[in-house]
Write a protein that binds this ligand. Sequence first.
Ligand code: CO
Length: 140
Amino acid sequence: MIGRINHIAMVVPDLDVAAAQWRDLLGADISAPNILKDHGVRIVLVRSVNGQVELMEPHGEKSPIAGFLQRNPEGGMHHICYEVNDIGLARQSLEAKGARVLGDGLVQTGAHGNPVLFLHPEDFNGILIELEQVSAGGTE
Ligand code: CO
């Protein structure tokens, strides 16, 4: 079902500091900062040939990652995102096998404008997994 890793999302307490570290210390190819208002985050993408790291900090009053940062003041890994070809099929298959989709269970529009869903971390050893539908992403 799952295809490539699309991104690994990290929460950081200060996006500009983190982006400068990745750029200056690691020599990373980073994007300009981008505010995703609907998602309550400000992000920088760290691009590499086989995927990207998404650095994000809370933006706005009710950011969904504010609680994460309170529990992890130094930041940390928030989720890992895999590509799938058909997110509806992926959801059906996962739910049939007992995995739970977060929220209302419906497919949402993700940070990159593609259909996404998040799987319950309790079903995956505490790891939050995002599935994102991209063309020619996964195997179904
Ligand atoms: Co993501």
